[in-house]
Design a protein around this ligand. Structure first.
Ligand code: ZN
Length: 186
């Protein structure tokens, strides 16, 4: 088990759709352990594999003192929406009111390949949507109304972590995500 460096916005791995997991092997179990350990260390409420540079459909969460993980998830969302602040470990210190569905049912597999269904409301539902978005290369700023998104891009351009990544050459340029996915479906 080891804590992995978290990729920041600007790293292309964050805007690239991740691949389905095919082998439910020891490597996958190590990935789930690394994700869990990195999330707890951050600390964060959720972490998706692309955020540590692994382009696979796996994420973990730590919500209401419950740890969980999901592999190859698909989501069913309620019509009812919720408002609330949301942040992302790949955008340190930035938080914005982000609309999400109030309830989410996530179907997928655990690290042993057994089918799992996770039902969440409120913050767990938010986390399931946020992390599933990561697996599709969609970021929470893509879910913001356009005026707030413009403000977010401005904030990012002046954020210490972004300027530092740019000076190290790890963040080549700001690219607007191609996914204009306002609304709730993904
Ligand atoms: Zn995130």
């Amino acid at each position: 088990m080891s804590i992995q460096p978290i990729r920041y916005f600007g790293d292309p791995v964050l805007t690239t759709p991740a691949s389905e997991v095919v082998d439910f092997d020891k490597e996958l179990r190590r990935l789930v352990e690394d994700l869990t350990e990195t999330m707890i260390d951050a600390p964060g409420a959720g972490l998706a594999a692309p955020q540590i540079g692994v382009p696979l459909r796996v994420f973990v969460w730590d919500v209401d003192e419950q740890l969980g993980h999901l592999v190859n998830p698909s989501l069913d969302l309620s019509e009812e929406m919720q408002e609330g602040e949301e942040g992302c470990l790949s955008f340190p210190e930035l938080r914005y009111d982000t609309p999400r569905a109030m309830r989410a049912v996530a179907k997928g597999f655990n690290m042993y390949g057994e089918p799992v269904v996770v039902e969440g409301t409120a913050f767990l539902a938010r986390a399931l949507q946020h992390e599933t978005d990561h697996l599709n290369g969609v970021l929470f700023i893509d879910r913001l109304p356009s005026d707030l998104r413009k403000q977010a891009m401005k904030d990012i351009r002046s954020a210490d972590w972004f300027l530092e990544a740019q000076s190290l050459g790890t963040s080549p340029e700001i690219r607007i995500s191609p996914h204009q996915t306002f609304g709730k479906g993904i």
